[in-house]
Ligand binder design. Structure first.
Ligand code: GLN
Length: 536
């Protein structure tokens, strides 16, 4: 019985029974515990490789770093890269846009503050698609970042012409090339998971609201999250623990009471609690560390665009989880096929409103026409010139589309239906997870306390992060919309606000592939546990 049969079939079929037993793969310990990267080594690598990879848009010198001793904490001395749309007071925050050229924020993002408090050393700001809009890191005022991986037949040449993915392409390339141990990115529709997959590292998008977004420049506010990229799930987890804190400066950041409710609900599952009795280090000796977990394979992710290598790695991932003790079942999320148009309607509508503030008066760059004569010149011309000169072609396209879907004539046609479909997608996810959604079910906690036996539903979902390996930087898409298809696997988690993580899952012709796991709203710790066993 194959994965394809499972996807086609309408009943739940135990996948494992028909699988040949595969030998437990020993997880490759890329872990930086054995070879911790120091900030000096990180700067050496940046100095050596940045002219080729263009991963950092600015970075510190060793002398500058030596001037201050990192604080004592769990991340002491870890070199960390910060995406160019996350505010710092000591480096400019340009979002890779001409419109914010030279802009330095007067305040620091909460996540950056928390990282420094935990001992991390910020080494520089990473490249990205302008304002987070893109999937290949092609739309940057600094030029594209480049993928450190190349197909087997080009190794030995100096050609690096594959995209690292986007929009956090600089963060992905930097971690993969050993220029930092961890990097922060932002994920509105997949921007840490796609570069994670294409650069062969881990990319994690938390539940919406778990990490404060204070200091993250907004793109689509109902979708934006701060994400974490690293070589191992363990490094992601340590970073997450350091920055996952309540913050009154971000009104969408989860309150203490919601955090407690989620924690209580998560702990009400006896079958999951068993998993926590096994520490990650022990897992290699224990034959089935994930025994009792139920993993769903969403049928709707088996899309036409899925390449053979991505399908093969999906099958191998399912086999691996089955081997580790999981029960693998097919599930259906009927509204998933509408995710991409729904995302691109909502994200662009929100972007058109968020980016209205860049008018040359309040922030950053101003059109050079009549620079000193604001009172006499026509203000709307000044705005228009500033915005036409300051924004790149893709951002302008998106502002126009976003304004269009919000206009009085078309709002009912596009924006309102997209919001309704978004709710249906959220409900689809709620219907497949065993854990109730802490946000929607008032009685969910009471209900989960009554659980004596395992309810129907899965603990996590498994599906590819991308339909294929990295694309060539200059590959020409048939049309603009064809480029948006790169996001087909990642946008659903943002629409639903649920956590998702991409872990490395093999290579095709030397180019990495990623597999994605997703879990119920707030179930981040379980997600990271399962991911730590899936990573190879
Ligand atoms: N590629 C998607 C977009 O362009 C997602 C970007 C992101 O997550 N920032 O909207």
């Amino acid at each position: 019985m194959s994965l394809l049969f499972l996807l086609r079939s309408s009943q739940r079929i135990p996948f494992k029974s028909a699988l040949p037993q595969i030998k437990l793969l020993r997880r490759q310990q890329l872990s930086s515990h054995s070879t911790p990267l120091t900030s000096c080594q990180a700067i050496d690598s940046i100095e050596q490789s940045n002219s080729t990879l263009n991963a950092f848009v600015s970075y510190r010198t060793k002398d500058d770093i030596a001037k201050s001793e990192p604080q004592n904490g769990p991340l002491k001395g870890w070199p960390v890269g910060i995406k160019a749309n996350i505010a710092m007071t000591t480096a400019s925050t340009t979002c890779a846009s001409k419109v914010l050229e030279g802009y330095t924020s007067p305040f620091k993002a909460t996540a950056v503050e928390a990282l420094e408090k935990a001992g991390a050393v910020i080494v520089g700001k990473t490249n990205m698609d302008e304002f987070g809009m893109g999937s290949k890191n092609l739309y940057s005022k600094y030029g594209p970042a480049r993928n450190p991986f190349r197909p087997d037949d080009t190794v030995g040449t100096e050609i690096y012409d594959y995209s690292p993915g986007g929009s956090s392409g600089g963060s992905g390339a930097a971690v993969a090339a050993g220029m930092c141990r961890v990097a922060l990115g932002s994920d509105t529709g997949g921007s840490v998971r796609l570069p994670g997959a294409w650069c062969g590292i881990v990319g994690y998008k938390p539940t919406y609201g778990r990490i404060s977004r204070y200091g993250l420049v907004p793109y689509g506010s109902s979708l934006d999250t701060v994400g974490i990229m690293a070589r191992t799930v363990e490094d992601v987890l340590s970073t997450f623990k350091a920055i996952c804190i309540p913050d009154h400066r971000d009104m969408t950041c989860m309150s203490e009471s919601l955090r407690k409710r989620i924690n209580d609900m998560a702990k009400s599952r006896p079958w999951v609690n068993k998993l926590y009795e096994v520490s990650p280090g022990e897992s290699l000796e224990i034959k089935q560390p994930l025994k009792g977990m139920r993993i769903g394979i969403p049928r709707e992710c088996w899309v036409e665009e899925l390449s053979e290598p991505a399908l093969e790695s999906w099958k191998a991932g399912a086999r691996r989880l089955a081997d580790l003790g999981c029960e693998i079942v097919a599930v259906s999320l009927p509204h998933l096929p509408y995710s991409l148009p729904t995302y691109y309607t909502i994200a662009l509508a929100e972007a058109s409103s968020n980016l209205a503030r860049y008018d040359g008066i309040r922030y950053g760059r101003r059109s050079s026409e009549k620079p000193d004569d604001l009172h006499n010149c026509n203000a709307s011309n000044k705005y228009a010139n500033t915005r036409s000169e300051g924004f790149g072609v893709e951002v302008q396209r998106r502002i126009l589309l976003g304004t269009y879907v919000l206009s009085a004539q078309t709002c009912e046609q596009y924006y309102i239906p997209s919001q309704k479909i978004r709710r249906l997608i959220q409900q689809d996810f709620d219907s497949v997870f065993a854990l109730p959604n802490a946000l929607h079910a008032e009685s969910a906690l009471a209900k989960s306390r009554l659980l004596t036996s395992r309810p129907a539903g899965v603990d996590a979902l498994l599906f590819p992060t991308s339909t294929n390996t990295a694309r060539l930087l200059e590959s020409k898409e048939k049309n603009q919309a064809a480029g948006y298809v790169n996001d087909v696997m990642t946008v659903p988690a943002n629409l639903a606000g649920i956590p998702a993580i991409s872990v490395p899952a093999g290579k095709k012709n030397g180019m990495p592939l990623g597999l994605q796991l997703s879990a119920q709203y707030g179930d981040d710790e379980l997600l990271l546990r399962i991911a730590s066993h899936l990573q190879q």
